[in-house]
Design a protein around this ligand. Sequence first.
Ligand code: ADP
Length: 248
Amino acid sequence: MLEQERVARAEAEAAARVKDEFLAVAAHELRTPVTTIKGYAQLLNRRITDAGDPRLRPTLEIIDQAANRLMRLIQDVLDVSATALGRFELRRERLDLGALVAEVAGRVPSLTERHRVTVSAIAGVIVEADRDRIEQVLMNLLMNAIRYSPHQGVVAVTVDACGPEATVSVQDQGLGIPAERQARIFELFYRAHDGADRDRQGMGVGLHLSRQVIERHGGRLTFVSAEGQGSTFWFSLPLAEPAPAPLS
Ligand code: ADP
């Protein structure tokens, strides 16, 4: 009986591994044609602008945006399979968290005119972390704050230090998350607003990956939310240097 169980488990693990390998290879291969589509859409956009004929521009911009979205989905699939296969490497470097947050937040307003993103950060919050991964987490939290605030509003980002930890919080005034759904939102593929309009479509991957990234750095990612009022997501990271004076 025990032997049968052991064999069945080994077979299931092997099948799961084949699936993860397939996802990793497929996602990797998908990047090349998407990059080509994006490149040519941009090239055509430039040509028609140079030729003084702007009629096709909106169409080409839609192709470009769709390609960007596809690229983000592919990156999510790559990350999910890399985590499952234990191939999730961190490249740590010294980072000034306030500067990084300001930089990432500065890239967000161009995505929407309806929301206002504010940043409040104390200087000198230094961590040893993987820049790309922390950027990815910040972008996920900011994009969620915007996507789940359909009636606009302020997205307030704060960088602070508390004891041995740096903290970053992203607060929105959006839809919030129904209390009975809150326990599951870090699960892979879980979506608390399923059936909502196309703007908010996602795969339910971002928060799952973000939590893994933060925990791999020795930190925590958590949230509070009230339906109809908004949500605050925040994460901590160990400080690389003693904390400066906290925000009052
Ligand atoms: P998705 O790509 O579907 O947004 P995430 O993993 O980023 O996936 O988030 C999981 C779910 O948590 C979302 O589908 C959404 O229902 C909910 N959620 C995440 N962030 C927010 C937020 N700021 N406000 C309201 N709901 C949120």
